[in-house]
Every structure is written in C-alpha cells, then in structure tokens.
Design a protein around this ligand. Structure first.
Ligand code: UDP
Length: 328
C-alpha cells in the first residue's frame, strides 16, 4: 500500500514508518519537525517537511501522491500544556485534522488510521478499560482527540470514510535494534526520566503521589511498547472497512506502578535510581489499564513486548547509545 504518514518523524510515527517500510509498503512522511526528528525517518520513506496548517502544500502532496491510505500521528501531546494553551491545541490537533480530512476527501483517499489515546476516557469508573467505557476526557488534549474520533464517525456516515482510531495507553520503549527511540523536548514521560536518573543525567526521578488507592500507593499504567503500537497500525490499515469508524484500545492489559517501573530500571541498568516523593500531578488518574480484547479479535494483534524488563532494556539501549537523543 502507498501510505501518507503525518507526524512520521515523531516517536510513535517513526516506529510505525519503519515497520511499514520493513513490510514493503511505500511511505511518504509529512512532518513539520516541530517535535519530530528528520533522522528518525526510515531511509526508504520519502520525506516532505510541511505543516498540516499549510492547505496548499498539503493539497499538492495529497493530490500528487496516489495514496491509498493515511496514518495521522501529527499532534501536540503534552497534557499540561493543553490545559494552559487549549486553543493552540485545538487548532493543531482538531482544526488541522479537519483540514486533512477535507483534503483527503478531495483527493479521493478513503482510508485512515488515527492516533488516539486513552486520555479520551478521562478517569474511568472501572479498569480494565473496554472501548465502550464512557469517553469523558478531562483535559483539552483528550477532548481534542475525542472530537477527531467524532469527526471520523460522522465522515463514515456522510462520505464513506473508513477509519480506525487506535487508543494508545502508555507508549514506551525503543526499536529492538536501538536505531530509533524516544526523544521528547522537554521529556515528561516516566521511563526516559527514570533512565536518565539511572544514568546520572538528572539528580533523581520524582514520584508523583504515593497515596493513591493502589497496592504500593503509586499510579498504575499500562506500558505498551512502541513496536507493538507499530504492528497494530500496520494491521489496522489493512482491515479498515469503507464507511465505518472503528476504535480499539492498544495496551498489554497489565498495570504497572511507578515503583515497579523504577525497580525494573534498577534491575536492567544495574544502577540505583534516586527517587524523590512529590505531590500528585494534577489530572493523573490512579489506574489506567487497557482491555485490548477487541484489537486482538479484529486485528489479530497481540502485544509481543510483555515483560517490563525487556521493555525498559530496549529504552536503556537507546538511551545509552543516544545520550543526547537524535542530537538535533
Ligand atoms: N510519573 C512520575 N514521575 C515523573 C513522570 C511521570 O511519577 O517524572 C508518573 C505519572 O504520575 C504517571 C506515570 O508516571 O502515573 C506515567 O506518566 P507519563 O507522563 O509517562 O505518562 P501518562 O500516564 O501521563 O500518559
């Protein structure tokens, strides 16, 4: 398939592009490099530096490319910033997606896989979270992603768009061969912060909250390896049905606490990770764990990276070989 990938230079996008290329698909990456890295893009993929807000540039690429499908990763992804700057988030994550959909329609492209999030569920009443759990996002980031899911449902009915929204839980890890990995500026995610504390590049990791109603008092998340996310996208693009908007959770189904992640990092690195107790981070639900049964049934997908130490080891390998990330 010939696939147009927005945000293909970003963390999840670059791993998906690599997986698509490795499986013989043709890929064009469209990325403004505001958060992505040019060197994260697989050498077999074409690359166009461009912004989804630039209607004529986007229209030209889509009209000329003979694409059969779009994977849409490009978005801002800092929950805290979305609270402080909601309009910037709605413009980038919602308005620019609206423009992408309009231009896909004009170009006759009817197949889309969309990068959604468990943040669309907000604070769920129960875990594990199934896809029919009410979506009640609690911040502009999650609300924007949910609005896009609604646009996809309405577009399925109105003009036959086929789409699949993949609601990721906590993306983590790096390519098994250490070639690409996670490089966010600033970094806010737990595993890279823990590893950078293990490496002595920061004094300690802060543990946000220790009095949650969980066995060890710290938050529980479902850490899903970025290569497992990549295989899910490749499988999803193949099964998207015309005039239907599907949505699947992507997680391992296993919840791990902040303390368990720190302990894994200490085992893998053989170093102590200095940890400091800090207040809760506003907006953090105590426990988010996926029920990914529907993705298994519909996509034939299953997370392969199920061992936390293996996941952390892949991230550590990247961290050690790329201490300054992509260096750009
Ligand atoms: N966390 C933490 N210290 C940090 C960063 C994160 O204790 O420096 C916790 C956070 O409260 C959450 C979990 O680690 O429970 C995962 O956070 P992350 O930001 O990686 O992903 P999120 O769950 O917010 O998408």
């Amino acid at each position: 398939m010939r696939v147009f990938v927005t945000g293909g230079a970003g963390y999840v996008g670059s791993h998906c592009v690599r997986d698509l290329c490795d499986h013989g698909h043709g890929v064009l990456v469209f990325d403004n490099l505001s958060a992505g890295h040019r060197s994260a893009v697989h050498p077999q993929a074409e690359f166009v530096q461009g912004d989804l807000a630039d209607r004529s540039a986007l229209a030209d690429v889509l009209a000329a490319g003979r694409f059969e499908a779009v994977m849409h990763f490009a978005a801002f992804a800092y929950v805290g910033v979305s609270v402080a700057e909601p309009l910037r988030y709605y413009r980038n994550n919602v308005a620019n997606t609206l423009q992408l959909l309009e231009l896909m329609r004009e170009a006759g492209i009817q197949r889309l896989v969309f990068s959604s999030t468990c943040a669309t569920y907000g604070v769920p009443d129960r875990v594990p979270i199934t896809e029919d759990t009410p979506q009640r996002p609690i911040n502009p980031y999650g609300r924007g992603k949910l609005v896009v899911e609604w646009m996809l449902q309405d577009s399925a009915r109105a003009w036959g768009l086929g789409s699949c929204s993949l609601r990721y839980f906590n993306a983590c890890g790096a390519a098994a061969d250490g070639s690409i990995g996670e490089d966010h500026r600033p970094e806010t995610h737990l595993i890279p912060l823990v590893l950078s504390a293990a490496a002595g590049r920061r004094p300690c990791v802060q543990v946000f909250g220790r009095n949650y109603p969980t066995p060890d008092g710290t938050c529980i998340r479902d850490y899903i390896h970025v290569e497992d996310l990549a295989s899910a996208h490749r499988l999803a693009i193949a099964v998207v049905q015309p005039a239907a908007a599907a949505a699947y959770n992507l997680g391992t189904g296993r919840g791990l606490s902040v303390r368990e992640v720190i302990a894994a990092a200490e085992r893998v690195t053989g170093r102590r990770v200095p940890a400091e107790e800090s207040p809760r981070r506003p907006g953090d639900p105590p426990m988010l764990v996926a029920d990914a049964a529907q993705a298994r049934a519909a996509l034939g997908w299953q997370a392969q990276w199920t061992d936390l130490d293996d996941i952390v080891r892949s991230a550590w390998r990247w961290h050690e070989s790329h201490p300054d990330g992509y260096g750009d």
